[in-house]
Each structure stands twice: as C-alpha cells, then as structure tokens.
Write a protein that binds this ligand. Structure first.
Ligand code: NAD
Length: 488
C-alpha cells in the first residue's frame, strides 16, 4: 500500500515494526526472544514481535522517568503542536493503519477504518485540550488567605490496553497523558502489538522527544505489569480491559498507592420500549450489536424487547443479519470479519451452546464457520434474564433477545448486573429519556446506536470502571491538583 504522509513529516520506514520502543529507539528484547502475531482470518504468522524482558520493562519506565521533567516543562502549545502533527500523520495514513488493524485483529475493513478515524481524533481533541488546563485563584471565605489551585502532570504513566480497539484504546490514553505533560509506557495486548507500534511510530515522527512514549510487550504479561507498577517512578495506571484483570491491577496499584483509571467490561442492555419505531430499533440493534463484529465493550449484549414488538423485531433482525457477508476483513465486501483468535471464537460458540441448553432457540447462525476464527451473525430468542449468556459479555456477533411485558421489569433487568458501562434505549423520546435517567450506566444512547466521541466523557459505573476518558475530563486523569495558600 502506498502511504502518503503530510508534507515535511518523515515517511514510515518499516510497514511492520515488530520491536520495542524505548528511549526513542526501536530495538529487540534483551534476550532476542519473539512471539508470533497471528492473522486470525487464516492463522498465518504476520510478524515475530520482540518479547520485552524484565530489564527492558525497567528500562522503559526509567526512560519515561528521565524524559518527564523536560516534557512536563515543555510549553503546552509545543506539546499541543506535536499532538496535532500526530493527528495529521495518522489522518494521511489512515488506510495503512486500518490495514494493520484488520490483519492482526480480524475485524472488517469498514470497522477498522472507523476505528482509525476515531483513534486519530483523540490527538486532535487533546491537542486542543493541552492549552486549556484550568486552575483556580480566589480569596478564602474567612478572608485570611488567597487560595491558588494549579494542576501539574501526575508523572510516569503505565498504559495497558486490550486487543479489540488496538489503536483507539491506545490513543485515548496517550493523547491526554502527553497533553497533560506526562510520559508513558504503553503495554498493548499480545494479540495486537503491530497497531500499537504503528501509533508509537507516528508519534515519534510527529516529534515526540525520546523517552516520552515507550512501548513494551512482555510475555507473560501479569508479572511484568506488576513489576512496572511497583517501580517507584510510576504514578499512574490507566487500564482498559476486562473487569477481572482490572480487579487484579487495582489490588496491585494499592501497594504503591498509584492513581488508577479503569475502563472495564460491559454488559449493555438494549431496551426497545412499547411504541418504539420498529425499523429504527432494528437498524440501531444492527449497529450497536455488530460494530466491531460484536467485540466491543459497548456492544448491545442483552436485547430487552417489549412483547408487543418482540416477534417482529426478532424476525426483522434475523432477516437483516442473514444478509451480512462474513469473511476475511481485508475484503471490503465482508461486513463481518474474524474474531481475534480461534480461542475467542470457541468462547462465543460455547456461550451459544450453553444458552440453548438453558432454553434459548437459535433463529439464525449458531455454528462456527471456518477455517479461520469466524463466527456468523447469530440470533437467539427465548433467552432468560439471568441465564449465563445474559450475564456474560458475549464479545461476538450474537444477539440474545429477552421479551418483557412491563417497562418497570425492563429497567430492573437492565440494572440487574455488576456492570454499568452503556445502555441503549429505543422509544418515543420522552419515554426513552425517562428510562435513560433510571439506568445505572455511565453512558446511555437514546434512539441512537453509536455514542463514542472524543469530546464526550467515556466510562462506566459500578464494576465497569473508574474515571472517564475523552472530553475535558480525560486530561484531568493525568493531572494532580496542587493547592497553594498565600497571604497576598
Ligand atoms: P484483558 O483484560 O484480558 O486484557 C487487557 C490487557 O491487560 C492486555 O494488554 C493484557 O495483556 C493485559 N493483562 C492480562 N492479564 C493481565 C494481568 N494479570 N496483569 C496485567 N495485565 C494483564 O482484556 P481483553 O480480552 O484484551 O479485552 C477485552 C475486555 O476489555 C472486555 O472485557 C471489554 O469489555 C474490555 N474493554 C473495555 C473498554 C472500556 O472502555 N470500558 C474498551 C475496550 C475493551
């Protein structure tokens, strides 16, 4: 693929960087070991990626530590301009970035293009936020002093990201961290390191100074992340991934009282109210369920449909999904690509088999379609609230529909989960807004299927997370307040 970079920006030299990036230098791991990066569409090996040793991880933290004072002191406008340049580079190269995402993640090209655009926007958004960090200056109520509140970068930040949005989950953390004046060590998911390397390379070409952004890929992950978290230089952990791993990391962060932001799992309810526009609700479910092939923390996981619309909704959804073309994501004709691995495909297949054992009926799909990590669009009806599939984040193209009679029951069932990331409500606007107010979730989409926006706060309630990414709040996660009292 021909890659066009903006005028003046260095061109990308290696289309498939597979090394660590420490202190501004690409290099193999200390013991030369590598792990395979697999294309889930056909099982082929895309690259052999460097394994970071414990010493490499320490070197990355210490490179970030060394770079921190100068980066924190860099004028916000300069930091902003570097981020803006990263935005321009990745905008010009979005096709190439999307292709890397498809190859290692498996998703459909249209989803990867959408992710590349979304990921890149975080650099533009936080380039704008870098120069707008607020503070406070006021007289105390008793009049005895002046209160000055300033914000300063928290310090070296460890960023741990998942495979499902390998570009966007990295940029959603790197951009606010750099805007705030923090230096970072990125630890991407083992399945998708090439996308992370692409993003880091773009930042280097945008002029990010050596040591400000570092990339490590230790195998196994757990002990290496724990060791990095315990390094005294690390003052921030920003994690996106499963609630299960988030709990482990929160415990580990407690040892050194590291500030922790957590973007964790979801189990999104999709509620269709009586009187909802059927076609609008079906169109919304198609997007809310199938975006990213269902491998999204925001994916509609539990479809609660009022009995008056249930049969028509289930039929129309199956008709529309039956038209989806499944196959290698790199072919733009395919709307559904592969899951990230055959292991993930087998998890989805086991969930569907379990649902059937628990009384659900398959009206579409329901069998893995290989070779490759493919699972077809699947519709399940007669799913019981509280059944295993209803309580589990499916992370695949399976629509599990529950019929309900009373809106109060729909609200109760929607809230009956440890998760609280996002919910979808379809219905007459007033009624839908009233329901939205009563859902325990950090985000509610009313009569629409896509909410993510760099300008809006993304995050969950309950066990879906702590803190928010994007918006004006995203940068605050990487800043600490300092109060100075003074007699003027
Ligand atoms: P995961 O929790 O298995 O892994 C996430 C990251 O943590 C990876 O980099 C992984 O290597 C690392 N990791 C795994 N075990 C670890 C350990 N013991 N110590 C330290 N690090 C460890 O998640 P995943 O399977 O990559 O991603 C899917 C999950 O991510 C889903 O639950 C999804 O809902 C969640 N997610 C949440 C959001 C959000 O914004 N809330 C966004 C995307 C994905």
């Amino acid at each position: 693929m021909t890659v066009t970079t903006p005028a003046g920006a260095p061109a990308r030299t290696d289309p498939c960087r597979a090394d660590l990036f420490i202190g501004g230098r690409w290099r193999p791991g200390g013991d030369g070991a590598r792990f395979p990066v697999i294309d889930p569409a056909d099982g082929s090996e895309l690259a052999a990626f460097a394994i970071a040793t414990d010493a490499d991880c320490t070197a990355a933290i210490e490179a970030a530590e060394a770079a921190f004072p100068a980066w924190a002191a860099t004028p916000p406008r300069e930091r902003s301009e570097i981020l803006r340049r990263a935005y321009e580079i990745l905008t010009a190269e979005s096709g190439a970035l999307a292709e890397v995402i498809v190859r290692e993640n498996g998703k459909a090209l249209a989803d990867a293009r959408g992710e590349a655009a979304y990921a890149t926007e975080f650099f533009r958004w936080f380039a704008e936020e870098a120069v707008r960090v607020p503070g406070d200056f006021r007289r105390s109520p008793s009049g005895d002093k002046t209160i000055i509140v300033s914000r300063q970068p928290i310090g070296v930040s460890l960023l741990v990201t998942p495979w499902n949005f390998p570009a966007a989950m990295a940029t959603r953390k790197i951009a606010p961290a750099l805007a705030a004046g923090c230096t970072v060590v990125l630890k991407p998911a083992r399945e998708t390191p090439l996308t992370a390397a692409y993003v880091v390379d773009a930042l280097a070409r945008a002029g990010v100074p050596d040591g400000v952004v570092n990339l490590v890929t230790p195998v196994p992950t757990g002990p290496a992340v724990a060791a990095m978290l315990h390094h005294p230089a690390v003052r921030k952990l920003s994690f996106t991934g499963s609630t299960e791993v988030g709990r482990i990391l929160l415990r580990e962060a407690a040892d050194t009282v590291v500030s922790a932001s957590m973007e964790l799992g979801g189990n999104a309810p999709f509620i269709v109210l009586p009187g909802a526009d059927l076609e609008q609700a079906v169109a919304g479910a198609l997007v809310a369920k199938m975006r990213n092939g269902g491998s999204a923390c925001t994916a509609a996981n539990r479809l609660y449909v009022h009995r008056s619309l249930h049969d028509a909704f289930a039929t129309r959804l199956a008709q529309e999904l039956g038209r989806f073309r499944t196959g290698p994501g790199i072919d733009p004709a395919n709307e559904l690509g592969a899951l990230v691995s055959t292991g993930e495909r087998d998890k989805v297949a086991a969930l569907v088999e379990g649902a059937v054992r628990e009384g659900a009926h398959v009206t579409l799909g329901g069998e893995p379609c290989g070779p490759g990590a493919f699972y077809p669009p699947t519709v399940l009806v007669d799913v019981a609230h509280g059944s295993t599939i209803n309580r589990t984040e499916i992370f695949g193209p399976v629509s599990a529909i529950v019929a309900y009679d009373d809106v109060e029951d729909a609200i109760r069932m929607a809230n009956d989960t440890i998760f609280g990331l996002i919910a979808y409500v379809y219905g007459e606007t007033g009624a839908a807004l009233a329901v939205a107010q009563r859902i325990d979730a950090g985000m509610v989409a009313v009569n629409r299927a896509v909410l993510s926006d760099p300008a809006a706060p993304f995050g969950g309630m309950k066990q879906s997370g702590l803190g928010r990414e994007g918006s004006a709040e995203g940068i605050l996660e990487f800043l600490e307040e300092k109060y100075i009292g003074v007699d003027l």
